[in-house]
Design a protein around this ligand. Structure first.
Ligand code: AMP
Length: 209
């Protein structure tokens, strides 16, 4: 595979987490998700978790410094990686430049209406983290994971009252990264409204290209 330092960009619900897991399984690249790391810190009641929770529950971004300090080491010590949910601001993108360079930034696009629909119907397995969608990728039993039987839950920040704010925050703070990476010749776009397998094939083509 030609490209080994990859990041996924796109609004919440575009499928970054789902695709990052699939790509990691196929390629062995290390999946680094700042959202997953933060949720783990919250679940363990750590200092980072306590500092982040308030922002996350409102659908706001966690302050840049906390995020950069948290992810810096993990990126620096990993050869091949797929970043999911980082960078999310221009300040984070500039910090990343100082840690390492990217081979590719893949922007998974999705309309606002589709984002709202997807996030409200997203469910996650408490045990293995597999992501479902009650509308277009439902589990066989509504409340249980097909793979491990774990309980499915709705993320706090997928509640309808938070979802609108997350999209606005994305447009304001994260969307400017599209131009940031386009100007550097690193941006590729994938239509996130397509079925999961189609999006995955397109990304795999980009990685080997
Ligand atoms: P995600 O799972 O990527 O949707 O992230 C869930 C939440 O974690 C976001 O809504 C933010 O509150 C926080 N978060 C995750 N990654 C970042 C980041 N790179 N910068 C700031 N906040 C983040």
């Amino acid at each position: 595979m030609a490209r080994e330092r990859i990041a996924l960009l796109g609004p919440p619900g575009a499928g970054k987490g789902t695709q990052a897991k699939l790509i990691s399984d196929k390629t062995g690249l290390c999946h680094l998700s700042t959202g997953d790391i933060l949720r783990d810190e919250v679940a363990h009641g750590t200092e980072i978790g306590r500092a982040a929770k308030l922002h996350m529950d409102r659908g706001d971004l966690v302050p840049d410094k906390l995020i950069i300090d948290m992810i810096h080491e993990r990126i620096a010590k990993t050869d091949g990686f797929i970043l999911d949910g980082f960078p999310r601001t221009v300040a984070q993108a500039e910090a990343l430049l100082k840690i390492t360079s990217l081979d590719l930034m893949i922007n998974i696009t999705l309309s606002r209406a589709e984002v709202i629909k997807r996030l409200s119907s997203r469910r996650v397995c408490r045990e293995c983290g597999k992501i479902y969608n009650l509308l277009f990728n439902p589990p066989k039993i509504k409340t249980r994971c097909d793979l491990c039987g774990g309980e499915l839950f709705q993320r706090d920040d997928d509640r309808p009252e938070v979802v609108d704010n997350r999209y606005d925050v994305y447009m304001q703070a994260t969307a400017p990264l599209v131009d940031f990476y386009r100007e550097r010749g690193l941006l590729r776009e994938v239509d996130g409204a397509q079925p999961t397998a189609v999006v995955l094939n397109r990304i795999m083509d980009l990685l080997s290209g």
